[in-house]
Design a protein around this ligand. Structure first.
Ligand code: PLP
Length: 367
């Protein structure tokens, strides 16, 4: 079977070597030496000031909202993984959905300002598929209206915008290190900020609010373990090669697919991409379903990512009022992520592209 993604596993011996140290020290979690080593290496790799390694890419979104004291309305994107909206809802915030740009599917800054009310406290946007949002425009709106900016940068590991890690923008950026992401620690994530005071709070938040034997304040358990840090230490040095391998496959898809009836999202100028996903957009949901059926019959499993548009989830509409986002709703019906991972074989891409091309032509001849 060819799945939409396949996790990278490092040499088992490298991992076991690090585990031997864990067995010697019997220090399994709680700010262990491997975790500290990984945090240091991640900061250097990404060129960011403060980074806290945590248990996943969802709890760090919740910590971001908590540390910035966001409780009311947050303008957010309807085109993301459900975790973005869930984090807002779980923290008791009200998601207000701004529609996306038709070319790159990131939140449209031109749709944000008209949604701002006296209850708006923040903008939470996702750098979709690892491609940067309109960062300067979002920053200008936030500054003008005194709003915080949180980026769900779960897809952006290794991608840069104007020479800096995409994770370095906004008041806070978060990343997921889930097994399916470009860099992973099996389960894991991080929270990034340039602000010293926020970083100190986040450090304590991660560990129940403990400050030595007393309490800094409220906290949660978002600590990650030495076992997860060890995986990160083994995968991180491979990231440049993994991204290079992804790039090759990405370009090969580009050369094999027939773009007469298929489109692809654009990249923001200034981005050096990490090739995290290979999304394609069809002319209709009907075509998408036909393509999926064709691929699945050959044991090839693409993924509808993202689907559905998050503004259509009944539980997301806290105020009860509908929040139409026609562009996101339309794109969500027509976008499909094709298999993309570093050791995907060229012959497999040949086969996938041929099946997609044939299915698209076949359905266009049906009608
Ligand atoms: C993967 C992902 C998350 C969640 O990360 P976990 O580590 O699985 O909790 C959040 N947002 C986006 C956009 C994601 O793709």
């Amino acid at each position: 079977m060819i799945n939409v993604t396949k996790s990278y596993l490092p040499d088992l011996e490298d991992y076991v070597t690090l585990l031997k140290g864990v067995w010697e020290r019997v220090h399994l979690t709680n700010d262990g030496p491997l975790l500290r080593d990984l945090e240091g290496q991640l900061k250097e790799f990404l060129g960011v000031k403060h980074l806290k390694f945590c248990t996943n890419g969802t709890i760090v979104l919740q910590m971001a909202l908590k540390v910035l004291d966001i409780k009311k309305e947050v303008i957010t994107t309807p085109f993301s993984y459900v975790a973005t909206t869930n984090a807002l809802l779980w923290e008791g915030c009200t998601p207000i959905f701004a529609d996306i740009r038709p070319d790159d599917f990131n939140i449209d800054p031109d749709k944000i300002e008209s949604l701002i009310t006296e209850n708006t406290e923040a903008i939470m946007a996702t750098h979709v598929y690892g491609n940067a949002c309109q960062i300067e425009q979002i920053q200008a709106i936030a500054q003008k209206h005194n709003l915080k900016v949180i980026y769900d940068a779960a897809h952006t590991f290794g991608a840069t915008y104007k020479g800096n890690s995409i994770l370095s923008y906004g008041d806070i950026s978060t990343c997921s290190f889930h097994a399916t992401k470009v860099f992973h620690t099996v389960e894991g994530g991080c929270i990034v900020t340039n602000d010293d005071a926020l970083a100190e709070k986040l450090h304590h938040y991660r560990s129940f609010g403990h400050k030595n034997d007393t309490y800094f304040g409220l906290g949660i358990n978002a600590k990650n373990s030495e076992f997860h840090a060890a995986m990160g230490l083994c995968v991180l040095p491979k990231v440049p090669d993994l991204i290079a391998a992804r790039k090759q496959r990405f370009n090969y898809y580009d050369s094999r697919l027939d773009f007469t009836r298929i489109t692809r999202p654009t990249l923001t100028p200034g981005v050096i991409y990490n090739y995290a996903y290979y999304p394609v957009v069809f002319d209709s949901e009907e075509t998408l379903l036909r393509v999926m059926e064709t691929l699945v019959a050959q044991n090839i499993v693409p993924r509808r990512y993202f689907y559905p548009s998050l503004n259509t989830l009944p539980f997301a509409l806290v105020t009860g009022a509908e929040q139409p986002c026609p562009i996101s709703e339309d794109v969500a019906l027509r976008v499909l992520c094709l298999p993309m991972y570093p050791d995907l074989a060229e012959e497999d891409i040949d086969r996938i592209a041929a099946l997609v091309n044939e299915a698209v032509v076949a359905i266009s001849e049906d009608v």
